[in-house]
Design a binder for this molecule. Structure first.
Ligand code: C2O
Length: 484
């Protein structure tokens, strides 16, 4: 490692220690509901599934009519009212019978339990399938509470550039009289999720992922969209949404995840080669949920793969699917690189990247097992070199490559030690859609790349650039196929 890097690291470490001593870097996004005085035991109890449910009954089938989950922005006033009534009824159960597993707080606790207290469904191929199952039972409960089993959750289509604000139903009125409101959000009703987090570059990288491992992860690693856009939207909304322990307490969580679920559905549709894993270790993943009749049920990953026929819902059309290039034959090309050294961009590699893009193909920059800071939930920007990171011009600016996101399980370290083996992982796989402008910006910088990241949105000077440290840095490229 160069002296420069060593210096940088020492600088960051001492900076971090200073901030810790000054009490400046715990939390950051509002205070969790448990506050800092609650003991970890209390936290564990509140995230626990209620009572002793005993042996679950197997979920078998659903033969309700197939209905469409629609963008929240397209609901008419009656549909919005029904959505509000459903959450109102769910919240009412919290007081009328705190032990009813269908109550809103209990529903939120399911997510908490599965995010590191009783199990961990983030950071692996559990992610898409588990959240689909969770939303399915949640949706059935909401439907039951308003006497309409044809009720389907709406989705927040933040990938559509006109829908970057939190959908109106969830912010209007923007107070406790609205059962879809949450007072901890950092995002105001007029704020927008930045294009950097959910725009075309991000969506393309997700929807063109060549394998399920890349898209949805493996037994031990997460896929591309789990970090960006999924995690970024958590950070952007902030407050309860900014950590997995509390995220389920914001009704927007369920509309956010409905869109995340739609991305899985769209990825499946994007190509005949986009198939889900067939290993039994994936298909037999089993989770338990209470249904709308308070029956404790088990459901497997295999039972949620075909949402249309098994779970009885479909999604509206996707703007991106019709725009996507049909990419095939992803191959990896590895510039000379070793830990702590710059990436060597030879002429040959530069030409491959440029030619691929000129022919309409795809280029992705990939960083495997990158060490990331886990002291807060945040979005970080990656730049081609330390100077560009320091200047931090953002998307389109000098040396800008893309982002990665860290969402903590909990905003308070105090909860972490209860989790034992479910500790926060401090590495991530990061994939960046290296579009034409990005590759050009890579090639404009010196032939040797020293990838550097910096926290986004920190007050000027508070965030220091840090060198990217990872197991591997390389490119994946794919041709575009003309045979449709
Ligand atoms: Cu289970 Cu969006 O998190």
């Amino acid at each position: 490692m160069s002296d420069h890097c060593n210096e940088l690291i020492t600088e960051i470490m001492s900076r971090r220690r200073f901030l810790q001593q000054a009490g400046l870097i715990s939390g950051g996004l509002g205070v969790g509901i448990f506050g800092s005085l609650a003991s970890p035991r209390a936290v564990l109890a509140v995230c626990d599934p209620p009572g002793s449910p005993g042996t679950p009954q197997k979920w078998r089938m659903d033969c309700r009519p197939i209905q469409t989950r629609r963008p929240a922005s397209t609901l008419n006033s009656q549909e919005i009212q029904k959505l509000k009534d459903a959450y109102q009824a769910m919240r009412a159960l919290d007081t009328s019978d705190p032990n009813d597993p269908r109550g809103f707080q209990r529903q939120a606790n399911v997510h908490c339990w599965y995010c590191g207290h009783g199990a961990q469904v983030h950071g692996s191929w559990n992610f898409f399938a588990w959240h689909r199952a969770y939303l399915y039972f949640h949706e059935r409960i909401l439907g039951n509470l308003v006497g309409d089993m044809d009720f389907r959750l709406p989705y927040w289509d933040w990938d559509a550039s006109a829908h970057r604000k939190i959908p109106g139903a969830y912010t209007s009125p923007n107070d406790a009289s609205n059962p879809l409101w949450n007072g901890t959000r950092a995002m105001s009703p007029t704020d927008e999720v930045p294009d950097e987090d959910v725009g075309q570059a991000v969506m393309e990288a997700a929807l063109t992922a060549g394998t399920f491992a890349d898209f949805g992860g493996t037994a031990t690693s997460s896929g591309i969209p789990e970090g960006v856009p999924h995690g970024s939207v958590h950070v952007d909304v902030g407050g309860d949404m900014g950590a997995f322990d509390t995220a389920g307490r914001d009704p927007i969580f369920y509309a956010h995840h409905s869109n995340v679920d739609k991305i899985w559905s769209d990825w499946n549709k994007a190509s005949s080669t986009h198939t889900d894993p067939t290993d039994s270790s994936f298909l037999n993943l089993t989770w338990n949920f209470y249904d709308e009749n308070k029956v404790w049920r088990s459901i497997t990953a295999a039972q949620v793969l075909d949402h249309e026929h098994q779970l009885r819902y479909v999604y509206g059309p996707s703007t991106f699917l019709s725009l996507l290039p049909c990419l095939i034959n992803w191959i990896d090309i590895r510039p000379e690189w070793s830990l702590g050294r710059a990436l060597k961009m030879t002429e040959l590699i530069q030409n491959r990247l440029v030619q691929t893009l000129d022919k309409g193909g795809g280029v992705r920059l990939r960083i495997r097992d990158m060490s990331v800071p886990v002291d807060k939930s945040a979005v970080y920007r990656i730049y081609a070199n330390p100077e560009a990171a320091r200047a931090d011009e953002g998307p389109g600016g000098n040396g800008y490559l893309g982002t990665f996101t860290v969402v903590l399980n909990s905003l308070s370290d105090k909860h972490e030690h209860e989790r034992g083996k479910f500790k926060e992982s401090s590495t991530r796989n990061v994939t960046i859609n290296a579009s034409k402008p990005i590759v050009e910006s890579l090639l404009r910088t010196p032939k040797r790349l020293e990838l550097t990241y910096i926290e986004r949105g920190a007050t000027k000077g508070a965030a220091q650039p840090a060198p990217v440290k990872a197991k591997e840095i390389y490119f994946s490229i794919a041709e575009v196929t003309k045979e449709m």
